[in-house]
Design a binder for this molecule. Structure first.
Ligand code: NDP
Ligand code: GDR
Length: 347
């Protein structure tokens, strides 16, 4: 049985990847951060009480800022595969906390890679680095591919470039099986609610049910190549099954504006998006990435992978899921209101 370690297992991608690896028969270990509130909702359905037999998912408290713990964990676990997905992954927020972002996005990759060397795992482990289309930043070439120059436009993008080159460097210096997945934006019903796609599908479905009146957004002109997270985690796994480590762009090859995402989402709900979407300058970034569109040809040629879910299907998947969620929220509100009526409480 293969053993994998995932950093960022509680995030969107970490949760889908854990699911995929468990289905493939892996023993999966994940690093989680201690929090004063529960932060494991995306993986709760995978978790089994450690006292029962046949447990395949193990969670370890830790943090990408803590190198000693990473070394100890790698010594102890000796995983066959490591997926480094943990990050302060919000681009806008990285302008507010650039030093912290640099630490857990950039330096953290050094910590992981050095921990691999310290634990004597070079030669026995395969490493995946979650690199990002944000590294391309300012537009120099479209579509963007593996050879397109990087010109990051945020502290987050800069930190990802650092982590990218370290991954390449440890491959070239020590012969580590280390690969970068340069993934373009990928979304799902598990996407964090402050990323623009989920913010839109969540708001539009709540507006449809009368739970919300308006949606405030920033720049509607930016263009993104949006794919489906559940599919993209397959690419991470496939990259580590190749004999030779390498770096790959993963994208759909289609691009759309934020405005189009609004149109499509509200359209599915028979709503006119222009009546509800309002502008708030707080959501603008000091420097923006205007256009992302990826060329996944190398991935198709070497690994034989192509995305199935494109823009319209993706929006539908997210709208359906968020409409169901909004209905639950409404039912819950009604139940509370009824209970208050029964007990004579006037809200
Ligand atoms: P999320 O923001 O959903 O998840 C991030 C994960 O990292 C969470 O599990 C979070 O834990 C964890 N984390 C944050 N800080 C630390 C820390 N200091 N120590 C340990 N863990 C930490 O991101 P995604 O799942 O969307 O993305 C996964 C990776 O892929 C990230 O590295 C992201 O930058 C990168 N990426 C994402 C793309 C996308 O479109 N989704 C595209 C390209 C790259 P907690 O739950 O406690 O906050
Ligand atoms: P991005 O995703 O920055 O591409 O990074 P995000 O969804 O945050 O922004 C996409 C575009 O939408 C514009 N925008 C808004 N964005 C947010 N979050 N909120 C708003 O209200 C809003 N209004 C307009 C943004 O300006 C931007 O142009 C994501 C993250 O997952 C990264 O971790 C990952 O590396 C990249 O995708 C690829």
């Amino acid at each position: 049985m293969k053993r994998a370690l995932i950093t960022g297992i509680t995030g969107q991608d970490g949760s889908y990847l854990a699911e995929l690896l468990l289905n493939k028969g892996y023993e999966v270990h994940g690093i989680i951060r201690r929090s004063s509130t529960f932060n494991t909702s995306r993986i709760d359905h995978l978790y089994k009480d450690p006292h029962v037999n046949d447990v395949k998912l193990f969670l370890h408290y830790g943090d990408l800022a803590d190198s000693v713990h990473l070394v100890k964990l790698l010594y102890e676990l000796k995983p066959d595969e490591i997926y480094n997905l943990g990050a302060q992954s919000h681009v806008r927020v990285s302008f507010d906390i650039p030093e912290y972002t640099g630490d857990v996005v950039g330096l953290a990759a050094v910590r992981m890679l050095e921990a691999i060397r310290e634990a004597n795992l070079v030669g026995n482990v395969r490493y995946y680095q979650a690199s990002s289309s944000e590294m391309f930043g300012k537009v120099h070439e479209v579509p963007q591919k593996e050879t397109t120059p990087f010109h990051p436009r945020s502290p987050y993008g800069c930190a990802k470039v650092f982590a990218y080159w370290l991954t390449v460097n440890y491959r070239e210096s020590y012969g580590l099986h280390a690969s970068n997945g340069i993934l373009f934006n990928h979304e799902s019903p598990r996407r964090g609610e402050t990323f623009v796609t989920r913010k839109i599908t969540r708001a539009a479905t709540r507006i449809k049910l009368g739970l919300q009146d308006a949606l405030y957004l920033g720049n509607l002109d930016a263009q993104r190549d949006w794919g489906y997270a559940k599919e993209y985690v397959e690419v991470m796994w496939k990259m580590l099954q190749q004999d030779k480590p390498d770096d790959y762009v993963c994208a759909t090859g289609e691009t759309h504006t934020i405005r189009e995402f609004c149109e499509e989402t509200f359209g599915l709900l028979d709503l006119d998006w222009e009546k509800y979407v309002k502008y708030d300058a707080r959501y603008e970034r000091p420097s923006e990435v205007d256009l992302l569109i990826g060329d996944p040809a190398k991935l198709k040629k070497n690994i034989g992978w192509e995305p199935q879910v494109k823009f319209k299907d993706l929006v539908k998947i997210m709208v359906d899921a968020d409409l169901a969620l909004a209905k639950k929220e409404m039912a819950c509100n009604e139940a509370i209101a009824n209970q208050n009526l029964d007990s004579g409480v006037v809200a």
